[in-house]
Design a protein around this ligand. Structure first.
Ligand code: PLP
Length: 346
């Protein structure tokens, strides 16, 4: 049994704490009142985000959930529907907020590895007829959280978004981990975002900021998003202190994601070295490892428990599935220790 002192936390890439340099940037932030008029640091962050994503404008949001939900609300009128993949975060993990807050319905389509194809959605737009909801929007997620940080095929994304636009649908991307998709695919964020009318990105995941997301899109949409953010209680005053952390993360932490991906690969190999585990589809694209536990050996809950006792934290994603996520607060040494624990457990 490998024993270590400090727990290695691979539950999520949201667990990171600001680095000393990021804290310094927060301390030095120039701030204003972003609700009354402007906060200069947020303005800088929003401009840089819009430029990187190749959109006219962007707005800082307290969370990815709010960013997604405001996009849905603005693209769809009350009592209409949007098309999304059945395992996506917007549908699966946001309490059906689109229904609760905006009177919308999700038309969920089962994807392959979290991806929708044009063929799978072709027949999903409701006819203009008083029996049906009006279909307004197509939502995709890249990388896909529940499918292990999987990167969607950009060729397929272009195809499905052109289909959506030809059919008068808007397109929204939940790009909470877009940065991971960019570094792993070699495509720029701008290229990945090009087919979409709006994009939500998070600074508080792989980039390591303590709080914050942004919604990007056309100026007119972002002006409306500002109103909706206030309505949802997300108007923040001296938010530049948080914006400074996000700005620092955007300027300094994108390139290093490659290291998180290498660490995920190591964790995946360790799982494959243990007969009780199988990495989902033997595939790891970015920083998330989804691992199925052999039911004849034990359950996910037991594995999580045992790993926990050995100082390695991960999450159970159902009866027979566990998840590891790598991030900037785990060192190479910790990853090596984690691998030894995984290889010898159960
Ligand atoms: C793909 C995806 N979208 C949206 C979110 C929501 O972000 P937040 O936790 O900031 O609300 C998450 C959070 O993990 C996510 O993984």
């Amino acid at each position: 049994m490998v024993s270590i002192s400090e727990p290695i936390d691979l539950r999520s890439d949201t667990v990171t704490k600001p680095t000393p340099e990021m804290l310094q940037a927060m301390m030095n932030a120039q701030v204003g009142d972003d609700v009354i008029d402007i906060d200069p640091t947020l303005q800088q962050l929003e401009n840089l985000t819009a430029e990187i994503l190749g959109k006219e404008a962007a707005i800082f949001m307290p969370s990815g959930t709010m960013s997604n939900q405001i996009a849905l609300r603005l693209h769809c009128d009350r009592g209409s529907e949007f098309i999304c993949e059945a395992d996506c975060h917007i549908h699966h993990y946001e309490q059906g907020a689109y229904a609760q807050l905006s009177g919308l319905v999700a038309k969920t389509i089962a994807g392959q590895g979290g991806a929708l194809t044009t063929e799978s959605v072709e027949d999903t737009i409701s006819p203009e007829n008083e029996h049906f909801l009006r279909t307004r929007l197509l939502c995709l997620e890249n990388t896909h959280n529940r499918w292990g940080g999987r990167i969607q095929s950009q060729a397929e994304i272009q195809k499905i978004c052109s289909w959506a636009h030809q059919n008068a649908l808007k397109t929204h991307l939940d790009g909470a981990r877009l940065w991971n998709a960019a570094i792993a695919s070699g495509l720029t964020e701008r290229e990945l975002c090009e087919p979409f009318d709006s994009i939500s990105v998070c600074f508080s995941k792989g980039l390591g900021a303590p709080v914050g997301s942004a919604l990007a899109g056309p100026k007119s949409l972002i002006a409306e998003a500002r109103r909706a953010r206030k309505l949802f209680g997300g108007g923040m005053r001296q938010a530049g202190f948080l914006g400074a952390a996000a700005l620092y993360s955007l300027q300094n932490h994108r390139e290093r994601l490659i290291m998180d991906h290498q660490h995920a690969e190591q964790i995946g190999n360790a799982c494959e070295n243990n007969k009780a585990f199988k990495v989902r589809d033997h595939r790891i694209d970015t920083n998330i490892v989804i691992c199925d536990v052999d039911a004849s050996v034990t359950t996910a809950a037991n594995v999580v428990d045992q790993l926990n006792r050995q100082g390695l934290q991960c999450l159970s994603m159902g009866r027979q599935t566990i998840r590891f996520v790598t991030h900037l607060n785990v060192s190479g040494q910790q990853i090596e220790n984690a691998c030894k624990i995984i290889e010898t457990c159960v």
